[in-house]
Design a protein around this ligand. Structure first.
Ligand code: F6P
Length: 550
């Protein structure tokens, strides 16, 4: 049974935490020393899950570090909380909600209850409804108001209602219907919608309004503007909205209020967090792009890792291991950030997606009991695809002063669709992938530099300290299933860290204040209204904005 928040001692007072701090104080061997001392390290520190091979041998850990970290996980009852999550208990304490994204990819015959009701049939009913609709759009059976075939799909949403489908669409492009155009609009900056629709024919365009709450100002504003654009292009025919707008939401009332027929609404539930939602109805644009069968393959990939997380022992549990590595770096070695560096151009939005998943989940500074934490919580997550980053910011990772643990994600095979010539470039891409983790781990000593005949003055500049930790995730190929596996791996890693840190990884109160203040400031910009309570700096900036903008 998961410990109740009130019964859990502060993390840093736990003996298991102190043991890790003592272990840290003893000093750690370098990666060079660790590999030299243990010829089997490369084989021992590997875990395989589905199509993923996860090599964590190039991390700053020993068997003792891992054992102590696992003891911390046991003491903080990570697996107890995990089981409570899978059982549908209300582990999102501040919102009093269950956390059941794992039910979204459960097989049809699974039974998962929330408040005594099995939610799985509802999940599959929505998936079936989505599949029916996606097939009709893909085949041309669903037409626009004038009878023209839908050629363009524009998803309007933000945060979890945008990043997931946008990332997965990019990731799975080779699997998408190439005769359809997909765009993703999120920003309330009118430029986003402007650029998304400027070359589209309204008669051929379907808008998918994605919003869990259906109250998010950016999404409702953009959807209202999209509606105006559509009507302007279709002689103001209000009836056209029914064929060109569908909604993805938990809020049927607000969807109806907006003017979308509830028949054209695909629902999900309050036990699906926004950043955990792209395998729910929020994935409709993706399903239209890749088709229902491929979407189901992706769900199976998620489920495979769910089952691994649920059942694998601690020593071989990939999300647990990855989560604990992050606890070690943040809590004991002073790392502030974590780089995720995919060596696949198709994963260009993967790290941005992970930023919300990780930073909105674990960017907290009070524990589940409301007590301030005195330990580091979630890191800054960042990164872009290799090899581009190598020619930009890798310098700082190699020779800067900061500890930046990094995940390198690569694939054994390029996508099949490319020409043979372009496929042949894959080996060069992957040569860089392997070279970087090698250089980061083992560096180049001053003596090695000298041996190359470099002048003494240049030696310090050309020396690589090495000992930079990386984890390598090598997958077969970027298929829908593999994408699901990768996302689930990170979802559960984030879960593990939140559990150890004893924070609520499933709320996001930190985004509220900015929303409230924006509402308050807006009349000052639009109408020049006096806004009571504006601080002096902001008031002066608002006044300058109005002056300059005249
Ligand atoms: O403001 C943050 C947030 O609530 C995210 O958690 C969420 O993914 C996003 O806004 C969008 O919310 P909605 O899907 O309700 O429009």
């Amino acid at each position: 049974m998961a410990e109740t928040p009130s019964s859990s001692p502060l993390l840093t007072r736990r003996p298991e935490w102190t043991a890790l701090a003592d272990h840290r104080a003893e000093g750690q061997p370098t990666l060079r020393e660790l590999f030299a001392a243990d010829p089997e390290r490369a084989e021992r520190y590997v875990v395989r899950v589905g199509d993923l091979l996860i090599d964590y041998s190039k991390n700053l850990i020993t068997d003792e570090t891992l054992a102590l970290l696992r003891e911390l996980a046991a003491a903080t009852d990570v697996f107890g909380l995990r089981d409570a999550m899978f059982r549908g208990e209300r582990i999102n304490v501040t919102e009093d909600r269950a956390v059941l994204h794992t039910a979204l990819r459960a097989p049809r015959d699974a039974v998962i209850e929330v408040d005594g009701e099995n939610v799985v049939p509802g999940v599959h009913a929505v998936l079936d409804k989505m599949a029916h609709f996606a097939d009709r759009v893909r085949s041309g059976a669903w037409t626009g108001h004038t009878g023209k075939r839908i050629r363009n799909v524009v998803n309007i949403g933000i945060g979890g209602s945008d990043l997931g489908p946008a990332m997965a669409y990019e990731a799975l492009r080779p699997y998408t219907a190439r005769d359809l155009t997909f765009r993703f609009v999120s920003n309330v900056d009118g430029a986003d919608l402007h650029e998304a629709v400027r070359d589209l024919d309204p008669a051929e365009t379907l808008f998918i309004v994605a919003s869990k709450t259906f109250t998010t100002i950016e999404t409702i504003t953009n959807a209202t503007s999209a509606r105006a654009w559509l009507l302007a292009g279709l002689d103001g025919e209000e009836k056209a909205v029914a064929s060109h707008f569908v909604a993805l939401s938990t809020n049927a009332g607000k969807v109806t209020e907006f003017g979308i027929d509830p028949e054209n609404m695909f629902e999900f539930w309050d036990w699906v967090g926004g950043r955990y939602s792209y395998d729910s109805a929020i994935g409709l644009s993706l399903m239209i792009a890749i088709g229902p069968d491929r979407f189901r393959e992706m769900l199976d990939g998620f489920h495979l890792v769910d089952e691994h997380f649920r059942t694998a022992p601690a020593e071989a549990n990939a999300p647990l291991i990855l989560g604990l590595l992050g606890i070690w770096y943040g809590g004991f070695l002073g790392a502030q950030s974590h780089a995720v560096l995919p060596y696949s151009h198709y994963l260009s939005k993967f790290t941005a997606y992970l930023q919300q998943l990780d930073m909105e989940s674990n960017g907290k500074s009070v524990d589940r009991n409301g007590h301030p934490v005195d330990w580091q919580t979630g890191p800054v997550v960042w990164g872009t695809p290799g090899t581009n980053g190598q020619h930009a910011y890798y310098q700082l990772i190699h020779q800067g002063t900061k500890l930046i643990p990094a995940d390198f994600i690569g694939f054994a095979r390029p996508v099949d669709e490319m020409s043979d010539r372009l496929k042949a470039q894959h080996d060069l891409l992957m040569a860089n992938f392997f070279a970087q983790t090698q250089a980061l781990a083992f560096g180049k000593t001053a003596d090695e530099v000298r041996a190359e005949g470099v002048s003494e003055a240049q030696v310090p500049h050309r020396t690589f300290r090495g000992n930079h930790p990386t984890t390598t995730i090598l997958a077969t190929e970027l298929t829908p299933s593999v994408l699901g596996q990768l996302v689930a791996l990170y979802e559960h890693k984030v879960f593990v860290q939140g559990a150890v840190w004893n924070i609520d990884s499933f709320d996001q109160w930190g985004v509220e204040l900015g929303k409230v203040l924006a509402k308050r400031v807006e009349p000052a910009l639009t109408k020049g209204a006096d806004v009571p309570g504006l601080d002096a700096s902001t008031a002066a900036l608002v006044s300058a904005y109005r002056q300059i903008g005249k």
